[in-house]
Write a new protein. Sequence first.
Length: 194
Amino acid sequence: MLSRRHRGTIESIKDRKVKPDFSQYGFVHQENLIMACIGGSQAHGAKPGAWDRFSTRPELFLAKGHVKPFLGFADDQMKRLLGQKGQKNVHRDELEDKHGYDTKYAMHVIRLYGEAKELIEHGRITLPRPNRDELIEIRRGKYSLTEIRQFGAQLESEALAAQATSTLPDQVDRDGISRLLADAHLQFWSSSGA
């Protein structure tokens, strides 16, 4: 049974007035954390085998809508590269002087577009990138800034087209994630002797 203080805190969470402490996150917050990590990160401090339970079930965590944040981030980075939005956080004068633009930044922008396309087409992101050699050539300044812009637009267009035919579900499987998370908790607590 929850104390009055805990009930009040949990009720106020629904209104987003109070951010709960770690002990009050519960399953919903943990689901969101897992979904944020599943796309290629690893669980730090997880017991051996514990992360496998989640990483072997990517179909629960992926959805067609995930391409939008990837493309949005890539678009923002492209606009920064082109000087159309805000500022880049880094300035590599030597690259800008040599090639007319920051080729390392451009490489990362194209990588983001490619990751968005692969995620929506195949439901995964391959690391190291399959087009590693091409990315290195971008970094070395092989392409003009106009070509980089065109390449980014092409990858974005292909990712959006792939979204329409993607086999990914429209939404993540929250019920499946909840079951997986509950099972992980139960297994952990039963094996810890608590």
